[in-house]
Ligand binder design. Sequence first.
Ligand code: FNR
Length: 388
Amino acid sequence: MEILFFSRRFSSPAAPVYTQSVNFRPIPMNSLLFSPFRIRDITLKNRVGVAPMCQYSATDGIAGPWHVVHLGSRAVGGAGLVFVEAAAVSAGARISDGDIGIWNDAHVAAFRPITAFAKSLGATPGIQLAHAGRKGSTQKPWQGRKMVDVHEGGWTTVAPSALPFNDEYPMPAAMTEDDMARVIDDFVQAAQRSLDAGFDVLELHMGHGYLLHEFLSPLSNLRTDAWGGSFEGRTAFPLSLAKAVRAQWPSRLPLFVRISATDWVDGGWDLDQSIQFARLLREAGVDLVDCSSGSIVPGSRGEPAPGFQVPLAAAIRKEAQVATAAVGLITEARQAEEILVQEQADLVLIGRALLADPYWPLRAQGQLDGTSAWPIQYDRAVNPNALT
Ligand code: FNR
C-alpha cells in the first residue's frame, strides 16, 4: 500500500514529501495539540509553546550565542511558539545583570537572527516584556540570588510601595506618577523594538511577584492613592500599561498577558480577581491570558503536582471568555492533549521538560499522531529508510 509516511512542514517550497511502501497502520493525524491555532492574523503551527525562561546569560541585555542555540534548538524541536525569556524594558528593569533586554537597538539587532531562524522552521517567535520591580538588582541564581548593592553594580529598584520582597532584597523606592509614566513608555518602546526585531507575539509579564504583579496584589501594593487600595486601584496601572502597549502593537498581532492567577496566600490576589482582571484585559484588546501562579511573597507557590495550575486557566477561560495558556508541570503528550480536549486552555506552554529535551514537541507529535515533522537534516535519526 502506498501511503503518506512523512510529511515535511518546512517553509521551504522545495521541501520533499516522502512516500514509502511499508506494512504500516496509519494513525490519523487528529490531535488538537498539533493542530494549528489562529490568533489575530497569526497562525501557530501547533499549540505547544516554549514557556518564557530566563537564561541569565546575556551581557548588557544583548542576546548572544547561548540564546541563538537555546531558542534555535527549541524551534528545531518543533514548538509552534518559541518565547524569549523575560526581556527587561530598561536596564533598571532587570532581575540580574545577566537578563536579556530590549531597550536599545543593539538588542533588536541581536534578536533578528533568532526570530528569522524560528520563522524559517515555521515556528512563531514571541517575547515576554518584563520589569522586575522590587525583585531586581540581584545576582544570577547560580551565584546565590543575593541582592547587589548600587555601589557593587546594582541599581535602585522600584515598586508600588516601599516594601522589600524580604530582608535580603533591596528596599524599593515607591513609584511616583512620573516613574509610572516612564515605565509605560519603556514598555511601549520595547513593543516597537520587539516588532522591529521580528517577534509576532508579545507577552506582558504581570506575574511572579514582579512589578506589575506587585501593583495587582494587596500584599505588595499598600498605596492609598488612585493606584492602590481597591481592585480598581490595584489594577489601574497594569491595565493602563496593557492599553498603551496594545495601541502600539499592531492590531494584526496577538498580545498575551502572563499573570499569577493566585498568590496562594489568604488576603492576597486570587482567582476571582484574576477572572475580573482577565475580563478587563480582554476588553483592552489582550488576546490570551497565560495562567501561572505564586511568588509575590517568599514561599508563595502552589503545591507542585502535575498540571496544578491548569484549573486556573480553565476557570479564567470559562468565566472571562478569553483564550488561555496552561503552564506548570505539564510533561506528557497525552496530558497536554487532554487539557485542550477538555477546553481548559487554548495553548500549552512547556518549561522544564523542554529544557531537558528540545525535541519534546516532535516526540509528543509522534506519540499522539503517529508521525512528526523532524527536520530533514535529522532524517537519519528517525527514518529507517532515510535517503540522506
Ligand atoms: C522560568 N519561568 C519564567 N516565567 C516567566 O514568566 N518568565 C521567565 O523569564 C521565567 N524564567 C524561568 C526560568 C527557568 C529556568 C524556569 C525553569 C522557569 C517559569 C516558566 O515559564 C514556567 O511557568 C514554569 O517553569 C512552570 O512550567 P514547567 O517548567 O513546570 O513546565
